[in-house]
Design a protein around this ligand. Structure first.
Ligand SMILES: Nc1ncnc2c1ncn2[C@@H]1O[C@H](COP(=O)(O)OP(=O)(O)OP(=O)(O)O)[C@@H](O)[C@H]1O
Ligand SMILES: [Mg+2]
Length: 304
């Protein structure tokens, strides 16, 4: 296990590697091995780039918020890619630029340098086409709408016909079917966050962006939702990029953890969790899990 700083901030948040798969200069020996990469070097092969489908590609992206005394640099030369169906997790200190990075990927902000695309499509166009789903820490549900009508909101905003069968399915997989006609005030915090997750998935987005979606929850509810999220992502095949402050959550969920340094955030290191998603429950109670968490915490410390 070793971590090295990236030379040019370029890294890859790829999916779990197959045994013996060539990843740049690194040969991944066996599944369930622990591996942390130096984040430097050329883009490496991943399922999404080898013909299996599109990837989310963030390439040399920088961003500064304009201000009266000059721009406030928030993101500096960040690069990573995600294969289709991949789950990348961003961790970094508070205020380093994680939410800004998500807003850039969402096409809500334009990079001042670098590019972001999904199979060659710019984020703003993806967003217009409703191919990006968001869920934020504050679920932001409309109090006067039922659970079902909240999940249907993206269809109304885009003036798209409702896909009722898909909404039924989302209600099922988020365990909200019995609550479809209730109002948000009748739900617990965790249920509201599940509604926000279902709403983010309403238009079957190619990319799901989650900004500390479970931050306000107790440990047990949070772990339950983490496992639900893994199931939902597997179910829908959505590529997911998630921000969290919890290192445990990062290791539980991610194919790749991208460790960011302080503002303006740069990629400090990546950690590949090459453990099948179906084995994550067992992983959580293992010494391997503790070792992975320790490694990421050390990387966060070193990035300060
Ligand atoms: N709309 C804005 N205008 C100006 N500056 C902003 C704006 N939004 C964020 N910032 C600044 O950009 C920097 C990065 O903010 P950002 O919200 O991306 O951090 P973060 O990593 O998500 O933090 P946290 O973990 O606390 O949520 C901060 O210094 C913040 O003050
Ligand atoms: Mg944030």
């Amino acid at each position: 296990m070793s971590l090295a700083s990236p030379a040019a901030g370029h890294t890859q948040a790829g999916g779990p590697a197959a045994p013996g798969e060539q990843q740049g200069s690194v040969v991944v020996p066996e599944p369930r091995s622990m591996r942390s990469d130096a984040a430097a070097g050329p883009a490496q092969a991943s399922p999404g780039e080898s013909g299996a489908g599109p990837v989310l590609r963030v390439d040399g992206v920088s961003f500064g918020y304009p201000g009266r005394r000059g721009a406030l640099a928030a993101v500096d030369n960040v690069s990573f890619t995600l294969p289709v169906g991949g789950l990348g997790v961003l961790v970094g200190p508070s205020g380093c630029g994680k939410s800004t990075l998500l807003r850039l990927v969402a096409g809500l902000l334009e990079p001042t340098a670098g590019t972001i695309d999904l199979a060659g499509v710019a984020p703003a166009r993806l967003r217009r086409d409703r191919r990006v789903g968001f869920a934020f820490q504050d679920p932001g549900l409309l109090s006067w709408r039922s659970v079902r009508r909240n999940i249907e909101l993206p269809f109304d905003l885009a003036r798209l016909p409702k896909d009722s069968a898909w909404v039924d399915h989302l209600l099922e997989i988020t365990n909200l079917a019995d609550w479809a006609n209730r109002r948000p005030r009748e739900l617990s915090g965790g249920m509201r966050q599940r509604v926000a997750l279902a709403r983010a998935l309403a238009t079957r987005p190619d990319v799901l962006l989650l900004d500390e979606p479970f931050g306000a929850l107790d440990e047990i509810t949070r772990a339950d939702l983490n496992f639900e999220l893994l199931r939902i992502v597997a179910d829908t095949g959505t590529t997911c990029l998630l921000v969290t402050h919890s290192v445990d959550e990062a290791v539980l969920l991610a194919d790749t953890v991208v460790v960011l340094g302080p503002r303006p955030c740069r990629v400090h290191a990546t950690h590949t969790v090459d453990v099948p998603r179906g084995d994550r429950r067992e992983l959580r109670d293992s010494a391997e899990f503790a070792a992975r968490c320790r490694e990421i915490r050390s990387a966060l410390e070193a990035a300060r």
